[in-house]
Ligand binder design. Structure first.
Ligand SMILES: C[S@@+](CC[C@H](N)C(=O)[O-])C[C@H]1O[C@@H](n2cnc3c(N)ncnc32)[C@H](O)[C@@H]1O
Length: 220
């Protein structure tokens, strides 16, 4: 997704109360930033933000962070947040590669990867957010009982990701080739991309990956 670099976007995002100017300052200290020890959930590649802003509004006892590398896209996300912000929400404008600079090992409870770019060409495989190098980073940053939720419209990317999660030693649960025809739809919050694919009648592939392979499936 590429939006024109809107001249006001930068200012709009940077002046918002929920925007984090120096995220590295909070590494290992997000509980100080939020002033509580609630679990930390992160969406990587939040896009226009419908998913994470809906969750932040619904679940006040969870702290949410949106990570997105395009500031023009973040301008759309920020418009979904009240002017005085949410107390349980923060926005970071950065590439996922920098995650270890912003979070300490074991600091994150849940990572969401929603409709991440599939990068179909083999030579771009390292850019995929479910490539083994990213999965290893997530494993370090997740708590022992931490989980990753992944949704995509792309079957090839889904199959590739299943393979990568398994090779990296995650336990896969709740995998479905058609989210909207499965019971998992009950707790689903749709993203902007997801709404578009659903309108086109396309299936949505989804799974949950647990860091701890011994975790009982009914706890996920
Ligand atoms: C296809 S869009 C999906 C947006 C949103 N999750 C949705 O489902 O509507 C992917 C988003 O991820 C962002 N993105 C891709 N790679 C990223 C990375 N390495 N770090 C941070 N953001 C990334 C892109 O800028 C884009 O906004």
């Amino acid at each position: 997704m590429r939006l024109r670099n809107l001249p006001y976007a930068d200012e709009l995002v940077r002046n918002h109360r929920n925007f984090i100017h120096e995220p590295e300052k909070y590494k290992g200290k997000w509980s100080e930033y939020f002033q509580n020890t609630n679990p930390l959930h992160i969406e990587i590649g939040s896009g226009k933000g419908k998913f994470i802003t809906t969750l932040a509004e619904m679940n006040k006892n969870i702290n949410y962070i949106a990570l997105e590398r395009q500031i023009s896209v973040l301008a759309k996300l920020i418009k979904k947040v009240p002017e005085n912000g949410f107390n349980n929400f923060a926005v970071i404008n950065a590439d996922a590669e920098l995650l270890p600079q912003f979070f300490s090992p074991g600091e994150i409870s849940h990572i969401y990867l929603n409709f991440s770019d599939p990068w179909p060409k083999k030579r771009h495989a390292k850019r995929r957010l479910t490539s083994s190098s990213f999965l290893e980073i997530y494993k370090v940053l997740l708590k022992d009982d931490g989980i990753i939720s992944f949704k995509t419209d792309n079957r090839g990317f889904f199959d590739y990701s299943i393979e990568q999660f398994e090779l990296s030693g995650y336990l896969l649960t709740n995998a479905t080739y058609d989210l909207y025809k499965s019971h998992l739809i009950n707790n689903n919050v749709a993203t902007e991309y997801e709404q578009r694919f659903i309108r086109q009648g396309l299936p949505i592939y989804a799974l949950t990956a647990c860091k701890d392979v011994n975790m009982p499936k009914d706890q996920v």
